[in-house]
Design a protein around this ligand. Sequence first.
Ligand code: SAH
Length: 521
Amino acid sequence: MSCSRRQSAWSPPDSVSRVSGIVYLVGAGPGDPGLMTRRSLELIAAADAILYDRLIPPGALDGARADAELRYVGKEPGAPALTQDETNELMVELARAGKRVVRLKGGDPFVFGRGGEEAEALAAAGIRFEVVPGVTAGVAAPAYAGIPVTHRDAASAVAFVTGHEDPGKPGTALDWEALARFPGTLVFYMGIKTLPLIAERLAAAGRNPGEAVAVVERGTHPGQRAIVDTLGGIAARVAAAEIRPPAITLVGPVAELRETIAWLERRPLHGEVVAVTRARAQASGLATRLRELGAEVVETPAIRIQPRPVEGELREAIGRIEEYSLVCLTSPNGVRLLFEGLGQTGGDARALAAATVAAIGPGTAAELARHGIRADVVPERFVAEALVEALASVPVEGRRVLVARAAEARDVLPEALRKRGAEVDDVALYETVAEPLGDDGRAALDRATYVTFTSSSTVRFLIGAGAELPPAARVVSIGPVTSETAREHGLTVDVEAERHDVEGLVTALVADAESRRGALA
Ligand code: SAH
């Protein structure tokens, strides 16, 4: 059967088909960047213009195109950046100019996000639009606090309620008797200032003053706080704890389940702020592992990798790489840049077919594997001395050896190989240069409870640039060489990894955090 001639019952008005622009009303979720939908990230990456609110997750716009127009249109309480009408007009204008516009909102765009009004305005103007739901705070913040909004035994309905309205003023839109009678969980958005009145009104209308209430501040963010009390007691507790917006108030027996279900606080690095000082391009693996374990990670890169141009000595070495009987690589960056250089000189992995290939550690070996080379030698401990030992059985006397690495690397490896009679070419693929910390970086570092150093250069550049670590922060080093440099720079090393790689560093940090928590308990 062919459908090609079927007329659709609905055809867009002329004004719609004429414009090529489009607006996406997109929910960005409650704050944890991991809760952004795949669709939202795709649309952000493709957008010509992004109009965003205040409550979007940190880094939500990182994937935007460099030439995209990013515009804050949020409404600070009391100080609107743009009025709602101006925001609507701006969306229409941009779409009429043929742009792909993302209107990015916290949580879900249609849950207290004025997304409904914006969609109406777009429809009225004949602008094409799509709606991309997001994870709403009223479900996510309780979930991160260990509270299911429904439960077979404790709540078979849930109501989303605005706490924005002044419950004292006559003619309020909320029917307090109906809410008091509602057979399920009540979730109030925007109700922190009005919480005392909300609690009072609900109790006066017949809700049990002994019923459990939870307030979740900055739900799903690293600094999330949650308080559980009763309807009668919650307002005083919240005032004493100085809870501030954004916060969700949840009324219902499900709040009692937090005691059993709370999971966030039980993660091994909950409450820790860990500074990662390695180059931004390399930080993600370590940062991801730490976040998985519950830490808040602040990236305070001290260094940046600056590739050397493939010319002169380096170009020569890469151009005749077939002639080396042993090739040693001492970092994943080195591997990546060696293969880039090979590509530039017209070669590929086959140039290494006859050579013995040595990697200093599993990260370097993994990068080699990504380029189709299985390392022949990987030492157990990932320092130059261990690589020297591991190479003891590899014949080098009278043979050509290539050591390709950072410009500022130690000479242990080439010297040891020369001593054994090898003809060593020691070439630099890149330099490690300082990355200035900046005010944001300094402020982030100040909050750190752990500062991680994954190489001597991270110590040298961070401390050398005059950065001061917060006195209570614990210093974590990836291994003895880095620790030595740290001590030379006046630091006390609190934790040293036994295995000198990312996993080893994470393991040591977690063990330290757990033993300290144990000591406090
Ligand atoms: N569209 C959003 C809600 C916007 S109204 C959504 O679907 O989540 C703003 C209110 O949402 C805040 O006043 C607060 O009550 C709630 N909120 C938003 N983010 C929150 C968070 N991370 N934790 C707790 N409450 C949050």
